[in-house]
Design a protein around this ligand. Structure first.
Ligand SMILES: Cc1cc2nc3c(=O)[nH]c(=O)nc-3n(C[C@H](O)[C@H](O)[C@H](O)COP(=O)(O)OP(=O)(O)OC[C@H]3O[C@@H](n4cnc5c(N)ncnc54)[C@H](O)[C@@H]3O)c2cc1C
Length: 359
């Protein structure tokens, strides 16, 4: 297994529960997956909601606890409670098929041979920066959500926030009180959802993403399918004008962004000090490129968690399972299918005690 965030730990739990001979490799220095790196101001009050890991409960936490502390502590306890041994830090550079085994090659040259692979490497390692002409010429600062330094860095600045997802909405609310001025631009008109996020809504969104990846198309995030929730805070921000949205600009120059005008008229421009790209992430799967899993649609065709090209390779936390809602189920399904493929009988049941999962 590669990756030990929410999706990886869920699969590791089921590997352990079924007594499957396995090894779990993870690039981080400690437990928590990408939560270790979330920005300081993302708290348990502002996360979208966390689903518990299998056979456990998310601990009750003060709303103001930073997610980057709370979730890693929960994951650390979980690994401990269920005796999930994760080898860290191990970064896998590539996975190759030698005709018999899948071989995962680590940055330090170590090799791990396996008959099947569960890959759970998330998206945090691959921030997405869309290309707009002139981006490299801009003389101000540019940050991606991934590197958001906190609202202080925006004090007194003119800021363009780019992107129509929940992170753009959250960061706009954070920086609006301190900036000199801001603009919010998105490619499409944002879709606001004025109803509670129910499990039915979640399931419908997961099914929609599942259908895309079955057809070999690149996945969309589940949150992008559900729309933006109109919480009381977001409603207030809209009413105060903080979330006034403009269409995407067409280019960037040294000092700002520009919207192309009709021939004969001047472009419209906005001078900016900072461009904040809240433009999401892509699946961090470069290490799997030697396996040629991608098809013509640009995505990896999937049947459940299994890749269609190579049934030994399962992706959890990818596409429909790329949220804490889908990750648990995906871990269970992947382990069941791999055991079926390898002809293994069911193992000992709920993991207890602390003996090793690494054989
Ligand atoms: C800002 C932000 C907020 C979010 N908030 C929520 C939320 O509130 N609720 C929700 O359900 N979802 C949320 N999500 C989606 C979230 O990413 C998932 O829910 C979940 O945390 C992802 O878990 P994961 O295990 O797939 O990935 P990760 O937590 O990213 O874990 C992947 C692990 O794999 C390791 N890894 C990666 N590449 C390699 C490699 N080559 N070799 C070895 N190890 C590797 C990483 O180091 C990491 O430990 C949010 C996403 C973002 C970006």
């Amino acid at each position: 297994m590669i990756g030990a965030g929410q999706a990886g730990l869920s699969a590791a739990y089921h590997l352990r529960r079924t007594g499957t001979d396995s090894i779990v490799l993870d690039a981080e220095q400690g437990p928590g997956g990408a939560w270790r790196h979330r920005w300081r101001t993302l708290t348990m009050a502002t996360v979208n909601g966390i689903t518990e890991l299998p056979d456990s409960q998310v601990p009750e936490l003060a709303a103001q606890t930073p997610a980057r502390l709370a979730l890693p502590a929960y994951f650390a306890d979980y690994e401990d409670e269920f005796g999930l041994q994760v080898h860290r830090p191990v970064t896998i550079h590539s996975v190759v098929d030698d005709g018999h085994w899948l071989r995962a090659i680590a940055a330090d040259g170590a090799e791990y041979r396996m008959r099947a692979l569960i890959n759970a490497t998330g998206t945090w390692g691959r921030p997405f920066w869309p290309h707009y002409p002139g981006r490299e010429r801009f003389r101000g600062r540019q940050w991606h959500t991934r590197d958001y330094p906190g609202p202080e860095a925006f004090a007194g600045k003119r800021v363009v926030v780019i992107g129509g997802g929940i992170s753009a909405v959250q960061l706009l609310q954070e920086i609006a009180p301190v900036v000199a001025d801001h603009l919010w631009v998105t490619r499409r008109e944002p879709v606001w959802v004025d109803r509670e996020f129910t499990s039915e809504l979640g399931r419908a969104a997961v099914a929609m993403v599942e259908e895309r990846v079955r057809r070999g198309l690149p996945p969309r995030s589940v949150v992008s399918v559900t729309g933006l929730p109109l919480t009381p805070a977001i409603r207030a921000a809209r009413e105060s004008g903080v979330l006034h949205r403009l269409p995407m600009f067409s280019s960037i120059d040294e000092t700002g962004v520009l919207w192309a005008a009709d021939p004969g008229s001047a472009d419209t421009r906005y001078d900016a000090d900072i461009l904040l790209w809240c433009t999401g992430f892509r699946a961090a799967l470069e290490h799997l490129s030697p396996l040629h899993l991608r098809g013509h649609g640009g995505g990896i065709a999937m049947d459940g968690t299994r890749t269609v090209v190579d049934p030994r390779v399962h992706l959890v936390g990818y596409g429909p399972s790329a949220s804490t809602i889908g990750a648990n189920r995906a871990g269970r399904v992947a382990v069941r299918e791999i055991r079926g493929m390898l002809g293994l009988a069911d193992g000992p049941g709920r993991p207890r005690g602390r003996h090793s999962v690494v054989e």
